[in-house]
Design a protein. Structure first.
Length: 59
């Protein structure tokens, strides 16, 4: 597992989450640990983190 820090797209607080370093794209929804609003998480690993996005569901 790899810890990754990012800003919540709603409350702008810095939060962290543990990412599973699988060699594939992953996408899921997880609630912000500060404001509890749903965030769409999408990331790609290829031996290391290649891309990461955290978006509100309102986009």
């Amino acid at each position: 597992m790899e810890e990754h820090f990012f800003q919540c797209p709603y409350c702008w607080e810095e939060i962290s989450m543990l990412l599973e370093p699988a060699n594939q794209e992953q996408q899921y929804i997880e609630d912000c640990e500060v404001c509890c609003r749903p965030i769409q998480i999408q990331f790609v690993f290829d031996e290391e983190l290649q891309s990461f996005s955290a978006r509100s569901l309102e986009e």
